[in-house]
Design a protein around this ligand. Structure first.
Ligand code: SF4
Ligand code: SF4
Length: 319
């Protein structure tokens, strides 16, 4: 029996004449939990101080037993605020011992809290690459998106990270992340990066390695921001479909492991409760690298967020 295609799948097969499959698996993204000290408006995983989901040490150990057998791979740690996980340090030390390249997504503000102040030096010691949310260099706009006081704290932290070498020395990359406040597509990445660089350097003497732009996905808490504008936003995403983004879609080069050990194609599918297709195992206990490397990707309407305009992924624009 032929499977019924959703709208995104139809659009994709009009271009590539086959379903979307993984092309090569060079990244494992690991979401270690939804607990966060912030409650940002656009958060696709709906993270907040009230969330209790966190990866157990047992699940982390299972992941380590998988990564131990892999050649060095790119590992991308996300959350929530990863620093709130009690076993983060132990997990990172083991991944580095296995010679993987490790990147971690930090919201910056958590690093000012006394209990978590040691993390920047730990990251430096282990050579962890940092990706920091900083969706606007203008104070007022950032306050609207991320809450009161977040701008000042983020500036302080970026200066501190610069001081210890992040964003100022090539071996300690510091990537900043932009996403729009309004339901619109992000501006062109390189142009915006130049604006960020000029403004942050002139006003705060802050340096960073690169800026990445992300499209807000029509899932998680951003749905509340959209309210009755959701149909217009979906129309914008669909009308902006760019076929050139298809080969670089992040799901074609990575998998995502959720806090409970379920395997997803990406963090957005995790947020939407859409695990990898039933043709491959959905649990890390049966992790099969070669099957996952060629798997068919599970898609839904929110995927139009990745193919709109210049494209979007956890690594920024795609074209
Ligand atoms: S966007 Fe990041 S910092 Fe904001 S609530 Fe979500 S996980 Fe936390
Ligand atoms: S939302 Fe995930 S599965 Fe869908 S296109 Fe984007 S990366 Fe791929």
């Amino acid at each position: 029996m032929t499977e019924k295609k959703n709208e995104f799948e139809k659009k994709v097969s009009d271009v590539i004449h086959q379903p979307l499959h993984c092309l090569d698996l060079h990244t494992i993204q690991i979401n270690i939990g939804f607990l966060c000290n912030q409650t940002c408006e656009h958060c696709h995983v709906d993270a907040s101080p009230k969330r209790t989901e966190q990866m157990s040490w047992k699940t982390m150990q299972t992941i380590l037993s998988i990564t131990e057998k892999l050649l060095p791979i790119f590992i991308d740690i996300t959350g929530g605020a990863p620093e709130l996980h009690p076993h983060l340090e132990q997990f990172l030390r083991n991944l580095i011992k296995q010679h993987h390249q490790v990147q971690l997504r930090t919201n910056l503000t958590i690093l000012l809290e006394s209990k978590y102040k040691y993390f920047p030096e730990l990251y430096k010691e282990l050579g962890i690459e940092l990706v920091a949310s900083f969706p606007c260099y203008l104070e007022e706009e950032l306050r609207l998106q991320r809450g009161k006081g977040v701008f000042e704290k983020s500036i302080k932290l970026l200066q501190l990270l610069n001081k210890i070498g992040y964003g100022t020395s090539p071996e300690l990359p510091l990537t900043l992340v932009f996403n729009p406040l309004e339901p619109v597509l992000p501006p062109e990445q390189k142009t915006l990066e130049n604006d960020y660089r000029k403004y942050l350097s002139e006003h705060y003497k802050i340096q960073f390695t690169r800026l990445i732009t992300l499209t807000n996905m029509p899932i998680g808490r951003f749905i509340n921001v959209l309210k009755d504008k959701k149909p217009q936003y979906m129309t914008l995403l669909k009308q902006s479909f760019n076929p050139q983004t298809l080969s670089s879609l992040m799901c074609r080069h990575q998998i995502n492991i959720g806090w409970d050990g379920t395997i997803y194609d990406c963090d957005f599918n995790l947020a939407a409760g859409l695990p990898v297709t039933t043709k491959v195992s959905r649990r890390i206990e049966q992790f099969d690298h070669s099957m996952l490397s060629t798997r068919k990707i599970a898609t839904a309407d929110h995927c139009f967020g990745c193919t709109a305009g210049h494209g979007s992924s956890c690594g920024g624009a795609l074209v």
